[in-house]
Design a binder for this molecule. Structure first.
Ligand code: GDP
Ligand code: MG
Length: 200
């Protein structure tokens, strides 16, 4: 089994200009405010307080970087970086501010050549939101040959069995619940394989 053997906070950047230098294989986590991004990062890393899960969503617009090391079955080590991007679509900031932020986020996503994987988190209870569709289309439109997208559906514990099955009809879909610790190992395996494995 693939394990994360190191997960450390590296930096918070208030702007793209202050982002960490590139070079390390990066996973960019995207999703609406409150979708469960920070909770998932913590669960993947088995560290409760790594990414701060906030009760006031959207308040701070920071890009958070985490240094990650995976270990495979043969005890080989693989370094990566998780990038927790600010949640989009938060209602309580001004339209102007929202637009500014979206533009700078778009620039970051587009220009970040170290990004190998975009993880788009979608609330499993609301899978057809316009904002998620447009984010998905945007990533598709800027995706380079060496980059991949993975959709992860969050808060599976809020769904009925029938609703879970409907989502899992899509063979690429990953359904997770941090609350019930469901799908976390599977998500780690999939992320690792997309970054370093043969799965393309
Ligand atoms: N029921 C349930 N709640 C969750 C789950 N994951 C996160 N949450 C809750 O959703 C809220 C937002 O989570 P957070 O990780 O801060 O979301 P972020 O804004 O996307 O980083 C918090 O109250 C979490 O406890 C989950 O798997 N199930
Ligand atoms: Mg968060």
């Amino acid at each position: 089994m693939i394990r994360i053997i190191k997960a450390e906070f590296a930096k918070s950047s208030p702007s793209i200009a202050e982002a960490l230098d590139e070079g390390v294989t990066e996973v960019l986590f995207l999703g609406r405010s409150n979708v469960g991004k920070s909770s998932l990062i913590n669960a993947l890393c088995s560290k409760k307080q790594l990414a701060k899960s906030s009760s006031t969503p959207g308040k701070t617009q920071l890009i958070n970087f985490f240094d990650i090391a995976y270990e495979d079955e043969e005890k080989k080590r693989f370094n990566a970086r998780f990038v927790d991007l600010p949640g989009f679509g938060y209602a309580k900031v001004s339209k102007e501010k929202k637009k500014q932020w979206e533009e700078s986020l778009n620039t970051f996503i587009k220009k970040r050549v170290s990004a190998r994987l975009f993880i788009h988190l979608i609330d499993a209870r609301h899978i057809e939101l316009e904002i998620d569709k447009s984010v998905g289309e945007y990533i598709d439109s800027i995706l380079k040959a060496d980059q991949r997208i993975l959709n992860i559906y969050t808060k599976a514990d809020k769904l009925t069995q029938k609703e879970c099955s409907a989502i899992l009809k899509d063979k690429n879909a990953l359904l997770v619940s941090v609350l019930k610790k469901r799908g976390i190992n599977e998500a780690n395996e999939r992320i690792f394989n997309l970054l370093f494995g043969k799965e393309i």
